[in-house]
Design a protein around this ligand. Sequence first.
Ligand code: FAD
Length: 545
Amino acid sequence: MKSFSFFNRAEIKTRLATQHYDIIVIGGGITGAGIALDAASRGLKVALIEKNDFASGTSSKSTKLIHGGLRYLKQFHVKMVSDVGRERKIVHELAPHLVLPEKMLLPIMKGDSMGRISISIGLKLYDMLAGVKGDDRRKMLNRKKTLETEPLLPEDRLTGGGLYAEYRTDDARLTLEIIKTAYKNGADILNYVEAEDFIYENNLVSGVECFDHLNKESFAIHGKFVVNAGGPWVDDLRELNHSKKGKHLHLTKGVHLVVDREKLPVNQSLYFEIEDGRMIFIIPRDKSTYIGTTDTDFEGNKDNIPVTRADAKYLITAVNDILPSIQLSIEDVKSSWAGLRPLISEEGKTASEISRKDEIFISESGLISMAGGKLTGYRKMADNVVNMIGKKMIDKSVPGCKTKKLPLQGNSFSGPREVSSFIQSVEKKLNELDIPRHYAAYLVHNYGDQTTVILKDIENQRGNDPEVKLILAELHFSVENEMVCTVLDFVERRTGRLYFHIETIQKYRKEILEYFREKFSWSDKKVEEEKNKLNKTIENSQNFN
Ligand code: FAD
């Protein structure tokens, strides 16, 4: 099989246009990616198309946690918390380099809506539902211990805390590794291809009319079942299918801000209640700390979701209130992102009250739409859809789900211990190459064992600056193996540099653009366009109206 590269797009497209598929998936977020992997690994013939880049929708804009959703316990969504909570460990085992254990500190303050006893019971129940064992089980801390754990908390208002286990990840990379694993299992997958209409046979959906945004060509894909995994766009596709009846999506916007770790030097992740009763995360990551999230109704342009000054102020006020010695200002924000929760509308409920449960809708013409849910539950959601399709498939018997034991690309590790020793060996190698050692954890958490390929390639890159050589080797790897087609694919979704190492993009912008010019034979005009897009994205992530 040829590598998953822009330079093999034509071949993949020819297959998409000429073969007949068991399942066509629309949408390359985590939901679509999970379905493609589940179905391909069961031996089904799968096509997946994504109108933009993989994970460019909600799946790169989340809080980046693999979590059961502690707050949903308050709403008595016990089954959902239990199902999703149990998935955490499985997803960690599928990619131990990318899904990392992360302890959360829940400080208890005077005046909070929940006191020590309710929090203690809540966290215990959370652990029980998710099957958390041993040292990972929640620990209730007294005031002194809570302060030792996080000295920035205000002594006068603090009464204690609860420490419990979650996992953190990079949502876009998780989505991408699932996509790559699906491709390796035989799925035909392309980004920048939009489903524009449905094809019908005897009034049943039998394919998709598509448009390739990169070379402006239309083509059709034919298959037995079409799954709409369009996230916030699910209802647009249902409308195209004339089936947007009954339940529909309710979109809410969630914003995150990133500041330098020095400005917000928390020891570890915090999850705390704010004045309006909502819960906010503060999560340290590499040399940055991020804060999120807001939850407000959204009805604007889904392709351009702004972070407003009000959003930024809301989060900054929350931080300054819980950690009064910090006093962040809007000028401290070095990056940000905003995403849409594709929730299923519930009469009379506010944004924060609507359930995060996933649901499947099947239209009269057979379009299968999947909405709601969480990043964390992607594997189970996929299992459910593919089981359902398996039962409807008359010409094939479909085996059971295989993804529970199917490591994602980048994972050949026996477990977290081997990941740690691999990071140490990468540190040594970086040291020999004069590259700062802190890149070791970044590389391994992003690429897992694929880091070896990148390290080997560093010496082949141009220039004298070792950090430029590293970024170019990463870029080369992503272009050759991860279907990078644009500068933003690389800086935003393959590396997360736009959010967590934005200064490196500003510093190495010229070299990155030069690589694209040469490798993709871009004209001056195209280079200028991509440069402007990059500059605009950086500007929007730092300035708010
Ligand atoms: P998306 O990621 O939006 O994917 C849908 C894709 O379909 C898009 O890429 C879009 O371009 C594509 N598409 C649409 N129309 C077409 C078309 N016509 N043709 C081709 N492609 C099309 N979950 C967690 O588990 N942990 C968290 O910490 C967490 N935090 C969150 C924080 C926020 C602020 C938000 C908004 C959500 C959070 N979630 C979290 C939920 C989680 O992010 C989402 O449930 C999940 O990412 C949804 O994935 P999706 O694939 O359904 O949608």
